[in-house]
Design a binder for this molecule. Structure first.
Ligand SMILES: NC(=O)C1=CN([C@@H]2O[C@H](COP(=O)(O)OP(=O)(O)OC[C@H]3O[C@@H](n4cnc5c(N)ncnc54)[C@H](OP(=O)(O)O)[C@@H]3O)[C@@H](O)[C@H]2O)C=CC1
Ligand SMILES: O=C(O)[C@@H]1CCC=N1
Length: 281
């Protein structure tokens, strides 16, 4: 895990290209941890999203990528994988003139694809963050191409460290697994929360009571996982009294193929990352 302290760019602005869900989480996390709002440019075509980012974080909104990226020495490409090639084509001219550090958060799209679309020879870092970044409790996998020097690697890690720990990945092909586990991961926990709440209501709890019980249970379990130096199976065993209620539930999960289902879901997400890259060749 990298621990570079400052999220600030020492030499200029950071341009976010795309101001959607993940950009909003990163921008919110960076601003709340001391990043100067004036130094954050955001290109976002949807006026409502742009206005909300300007209002909430006082960043500088632009309605097109070129205007936001001009003069910024770090670009965070935060558009959907399917539009990345056309966004890079628009930016290739100024990429070659400005030589920015390019950080892409897009699932699947490789550093070579990005570098090629931007004209070549650029420092490209792939980052896979997740939405808890908004609250400073994200985690990000990072991969840098060979054109990225040590200072640029530190700079990229410093930016993402502001919203949670970072983990460098040496083999770029593993970024699809990072995406499947932690990039998409919050959604799996939210799905579990939805299912537990609905099940609690089905067992007669009031919806508000079910929601409060589930929320605090997930927070408590996640806090134990992260604060206690004990593996998940040991913590689980401590909840599971022989012949008790937890055992009845766990046996039901196991009989239903819970572990295999999780493995298949994460394999499907990993494969989808590969497909996104192949579809954009
Ligand atoms: N959401 C998540 O949890 C995570 C997402 N990611 C990655 O982040 C990227 C963005 O995802 P997410 O935030 O969910 O997607 P969103 O659709 O919420 O955000 C992307 C935004 O980019 C805008 N956009 C489209 N074209 C341009 C352009 N030419 N210039 C500037 N902005 C443009 C879109 O506008 P419009 O809708 O009008 O086209 C949209 O508002 C994806 O590549 C995804 O793989 C990575 C980690 C986690
Ligand atoms: O669902 C997606 O494709 C993106 C990447 C990781 C989280 N959201």
């Amino acid at each position: 895990m990298s621990q570079t302290p400052s999220p600030s760019s020492p030499t200029g602005a950071i341009a976010f290209i795309g101001g959607g869900n993940m950009a909003r989480s990163l921008i919110g996390g960076l601003i709340s941890r001391g990043q100067s709002a004036d130094g954050v440019h955001v290109a976002e075509p949807a006026q409502a999203l742009r206005d909300a980012l300007e209002r909430d974080f006082h960043v500088r909104g632009f309605d097109n990528a070129t205007a936001a990226a001009t003069g910024a020495d770090v670009w965070v490409l935060a558009v959907k994988p399917q539009v990345m090639a056309s966004v890079c084509a628009e930016l290739a001219g100024i990429a070659q003139a400005q030589r920015p550090l390019v950080i892409s958060i897009a699932a699947g799209i490789t550093a070579d694809q990005l570098d090629g679309w931007l004209g070549g020879g650029l420092a490209v870092v792939r980052a896979m963050p997740n939405t808890p970044a908004l609250l400073g409790v994200g985690i990000t996998g990072l991969f840098a191409n060979d054109s990225t020097d040590g200072h640029q690697r530190d700079h990229a890690a410093g930016l993402l460290d502001a919203v949670g720990p970072t983990v460098w990945i040496d083999d770029e092909s593993r970024m699809d697994a990072v995406t499947a586990v932690s990039g998409s991961g919050p959604a799996y926990v939210f799905l579990l929360a939805e299912a537990m709440q609905a099940a609690g209501v089905a067992q007669g709890l009031a919806p508000e009571a079910a929601r409060a019980l589930v929320q605090q249970t997930l927070l408590g379990a996640a806090t134990m996982l992260t604060r206690l130096d004990e593996p998940a199976d040991v913590l689980r065993a401590r909840v599971t009294s022989p012949g008790g209620t937890t055992q009845a539930a766990i046996e039901t999960f196991e009989a239903g193929g819970f572990r295999e289902l999780v493995a298949r879901a994460i394999a499907a997400a990993t494969e989808r990352g590969r497909q996104l890259s192949a579809a954009n060749h």
